[in-house]
Design a protein. Structure first.
Length: 307
């Protein structure tokens, strides 16, 4: 230290100097509702609060204002790379990519795909499979043109989750993933409701269904994955996929604790996500603390005999 100081190479800074943090699961359009409606179940929260808010991103100027604030907030929290779910609007998703590029944040940005009329409101869904694919291609083309060769921002194929997509859409997105080599992100067995929906509709686990549609690859990130079985974990590891562990939002909506140690033992790659706005904090440090607490609770259990 003394020699470095004498040579003029010692720089004193307040706080800690850390590598940039990587947030593997952010719902960018939900930023204005951070911490709201957390007393609801997942399916009610989506229909009552989230879908109406996300529908507002048809207004490109509204999207620009929100996304610039969000990206600035995440950078201030130390998040230099983020994996974003946007809304279903192509123009607004392009605004998110532009905000990341202008601020210098590395990002993967995905236009949310959702076309199932049984689970998506009429005011907020893709009109058809082809309409959803066309909008997704347009966003990918915009991002590639703006980001250039270094790929600071990249497109990601983003079916919201199994309930929100028809079989035709899932099949088409799987083909797109194979042909383009794009990353894929989606929710996977996040809650008991989502798990039960997949079993009732397909007769298989979320992981098996996604794999069958070609959406489980070495470039896939599965958000939550709380109800994965041992065979599910083995399948994810075999395909080279990864999980975004979102301990903060799991505490509110999952009705489960992600079996982190078991997943790691099976060879599954796992990173962390804040899951704005299901997670009530934009800080990955808060997500880290909750991850430790959740794992301790899962390991030690809860004694109902204690007062």
């Amino acid at each position: 230290g003394a020699l470095a100081q004498q040579a003029g190479r010692l720089v004193r800074l307040p706080g800690l100097l850390l590598p940039g943090l990587v947030d593997l699961h952010v719902h960018a359009p939900q930023y204005p509702q951070l911490g709201k409606g957390l007393d609801q179940s997942l399916e009610v929260w989506l229909q009552r609060y989230t879908f109406p808010l996300e529908a507002r991103y048809a207004d490109r100027l509204f999207a620009r204002r929100v996304y610039r604030r969000l990206v600035g907030d995440l950078l201030a929290q130390g998040t230099t790379t983020a994996l974003y779910f946007a809304s279903r609007h192509a123009d607004a998703t392009c605004e998110l990519a532009d905000a990341c590029l202008e601020a210098g944040q590395r990002a993967l940005v995905g236009r949310v795909v959702m076309d199932n009329p049984e689970q998506c409101p009429d005011f907020y869904r893709d009109e058809s499979v082809e309409a959803g694919l066309e909008a997704t291609r347009a966003v990918a083309a915009h991002i590639r043109a703006r980001a250039g060769a270094d790929g600071m921002v990249r497109p990601v194929i983003t079916p919201r989750f199994l309930p929100s997509c028809t079989d035709g859409m899932l099949r088409a997105l799987g083909r797109m993933a194979e042909e383009s080599g794009c990353h894929v992100q989606t929710h996977c067995c996040e809650s008991d409701w989502a798990r039960d929906y997949g079993q009732a509709r397909f007769g298989r686990s979320d992981v098996a269904v996604l794999d069958g549609f070609g959406l489980l690859t070495r470039r896939t990130v599965l958000a939550h994955a709380n109800f994965m079985t041992g065979p599910d974990m083995e399948r994810v590891a075999l395909r080279g996929g990864a999980v975004a562990h979102c301990a903060l939002s799991n505490a509110w909506f999952a009705n489960a604790v992600f079996p982190l140690r078991a997943a790691l033992a099976k060879g599954v790659r796992v990173g962390l996500g804040t899951d704005i706005a299901g997670g009530p904090s934009a800080s990955l440090l808060a997500a880290m603390r909750m991850t430790v607490a959740a794992s301790r609770m899962l390991q030690d259990g809860v004694d109902p005999a204690r007062p």
